[in-house]
Write a protein that binds this ligand. Sequence first.
Ligand SMILES: *[C@@H]1O[C@H](CO)[C@@H](O)[C@H](O)[C@H]1NC(C)=O
Ligand SMILES: [Ca+2]
Ligand SMILES: [Ca+2]
Length: 198
Amino acid sequence: QFRSVTDEGELSTVCYRPEGLDRLVQQTNFSKKELQILYRGFKNECPSGVVNEETFKSIYSQFFPQGDSSTYAHFLFDAFDTQNNGAVNFEDFVISLSIILRGSTADKLGWAFNLYDINKDGCITREEMTDIMSSIYDMMGKYTYPCIKDNDAKEHVDNFFQKMDKNKDGVVTIDEFLETCQKDENIMQSMMMFDNVI
Ligand SMILES: *[C@@H]1O[C@H](CO)[C@@H](O)[C@H](O)[C@H]1NC(C)=O
Ligand SMILES: [Ca+2]
Ligand SMILES: [Ca+2]
């Protein structure tokens, strides 16, 4: 629902610390008005002012009722939880959202890399990519995509490493990832990147 903020032409009166809001106008590519609308939605969903992993899981299960989205929601939460403290506040949330919706291509790719790098050590391993792919397949559900077999996840991962792992050392670094993705835009689509599922 956050995608349509720009279409939502109504003005809102929200109680938000003006200094915080001005700082977010600088840090993100959202206008003050968009931030106010986002903040109202955020407070509505999460009156406590922070989102935890359970909230992510519950939101994703509503969007993907036919599958099991809990593992993907867990990975996604970790990517939003940049301070790694189990809670995503409004600032964390809109900074990621701004990158995803309004960032440059390199920004978006950097965000996706961080999502796939499950243990956040700076490289994507085959195991990490397999876990991500499986979580996406689980989320989509076997009934919606009956032709998906377990083998497809492995094929996706093989394909990913063949294209990305330039020096063949078994891991994909951010440099390898950016270089390959920026040369070949179709990779983004074929890898089922987050555009489809966030
Ligand atoms: C805002 O957009 C510009 C241009 O696309 C980009 O370079 C910048 O990184 C973006 N910032 C955020 C936080 O998304
Ligand atoms: Ca890693
Ligand atoms: Ca490599």
